[in-house]
Ligand binder design. Structure first.
Ligand SMILES: [Zn+2]
Length: 420
């Protein structure tokens, strides 16, 4: 979309959003004359959404509602988001551009949560719209424990597995526990589609090595729906016609330069049931301006939640940086990290009992980052309990970033493991 069309689309959506109780007083001085003018409109934050839920963001002229979703987050107070039929169609069209190219021969097993969450429903609809068949294997139910999912993937000749990236690793481990080889024993599987947490290039490589199929990522959130998908070259591109994207420095005023990491702020460009104007996503992203083989010139790297950054002596460690350190190690499937004072601790579950890490490697890291770093190998099952595959799959939510107390507890546990 060129700049003039973008400004026109923004003016239209701002006039429309203004008819909702929440935006009625916040949006002023229309029309915008340049893209810079949008910076005069206040941000929408998650706490605004909590206060306005469930109905405060609905514009007066919103067409009839089709679907309700909410996210609770850490506070427990829900954020309400509504979608109408057109919204769902547009999001589905966006997902249809994913490099996994769902088609009529596909059987896609969806292993995202279904209750109140968006992603499972969006992918479900996108697959069916492209003629594929869906196996709805919810990740938050006792009906489909991990072993049942493996059974379904094998018995139904599933072609695409859709789940969060950690779940793809957990499922591989359950397959191995059942005596199967993820790479050889699922010949129909052709792709894995991930969403719900940042997919670093290191984790993508890990999953591709384990399963032997390409991984395509999908980025979005309950509040605005799917926003970006990987193209066939595995680069994340935003749905340019549906979103205006700002990537702002920590002052939340200036745009970051190409290649720098900044705060992602999104504005929906269409007349949605719940339009979002300058929504502060809380995610850090990197914009890459470079021609992609799919024909687009701008892609995004999702670096992770800002609240999860581990900062030591002005050095910040996000998921990307941590997995970069882990990627060359013999054990790299399950990890957590935390700090005590100025010391970074990375805990990784052993994949075989002989796994070890040379002290030379941690010395290299200390020199590179100028921070005290310890990498500690733990027995399998310490970070994610495998005592039964139901709890492994259902309760084991990703937990990569530890509080100081959790870091101290793991450190104590690792010392007693070492003593045995
Ligand atoms: Zn591309």
């Amino acid at each position: 979309m060129n700049t003039q069309n973008k400004i026109a689309a923004l003016n239209e959506v701002l006039n429309y959003a203004k008819t909702s109780p929440f935006y009625s007083t916040r949006i002023q001085n229309l029309p915008l004359h340049s893209l810079e003018d949008i910076k005069n409109i206040p941000f929408t934050t998650k706490s605004d959404l909590r206060e306005q839920s469930p109905f405060g963001l609905l514009p007066a002229s919103s067409s009839s509602l089709s679907q309700y979703h909410e996210s609770s987050g850490t506070t427990g107070t829900p954020v309400s988001v509504w979608y109408n039929e057109k919204d769902l169609d547009e999001i589905t069209s966006g997902i249809a551009t994913c490099g996994a190219s769902f088609n009529e021969s596909d059987i896609v097993l969806i292993r995202f949560p279904y209750a109140l969450s968006t992603i499972s429903h969006f992918v479900h609809r996108a697959v069916q719209r492209q003629g594929g068949c869906v196996v709805p294997a919810d990740s938050r139910t006792t009906i489909t424990p991990m072993s049942k999912v493996i059974d379904l993937v094998k018995r139904l000749n599933v072609t695409v597995l859709a789940c969060i990236s950690l779940q793809a690793i957990m499922l591989a481990e359950v397959a191995e526990m059942l005596g199967l080889n993820p790479k050889k024993d699922f010949p129909s599987l052709r792709a894995i589609c991930t969403a719900g947490e940042p997919l670093t290039p290191f984790r993508r490589k890990l999953i591709e090595e384990i399963w032997g199929v390409p991984v395509f990522d999908n980025y979005g959130m309950t509040e605005v729906g799917t926003t970006m998908v990987d193209c066939s070259s595995q680069q994340l591109h935003v749905f340019e016609d549906y979103f205006h994207v700002e990537v702002l420095a920590d002052d939340f005023k200036t745009d970051v330069k190409d290649g720098e990491i900044g705060n992602l702020v999104l504005t929906t460009l269409r007349k949605r049931a719940t339009p979002m104007i300058r929504y502060v996503t809380g995610d850090l992203v990197q914009v890459v301006e470079h021609p992609c083989s799919c024909g687009r010139n701008r892609s995004f790297v999702i670096r992770g939640r800002k609240e999860n950054l581990i900062t030591i002596d002005r050095k910040s460690f996000d998921m990307h940086e941590l997995e970069k350190m882990i990627t060359i190690l013999p054990a790299r499937r399950f990890w957590s990290a935390g700090k005590i004072n100025s010391h970074l601790y990375i805990f990784i579950e052993k994949e075989s009992k002989d796994d070890w890490i040379s002290s030379g490697y941690t010395d290299q890291l200390k020199e590179k980052y100028g921070v005290a770093i310890s990498i500690i190998l733990l027995d399998k099952g310490t970070l994610y309990d495998r005592s039964d595959d139901l709890s492994f799959g259902m309760k084991a939510k990703p937990h990569y970033f530890l509080t100081t107390q959790e870091t101290e507890n793991l450190l104590k546990m690792s010392r007693s493991e070492g003593a045995n």
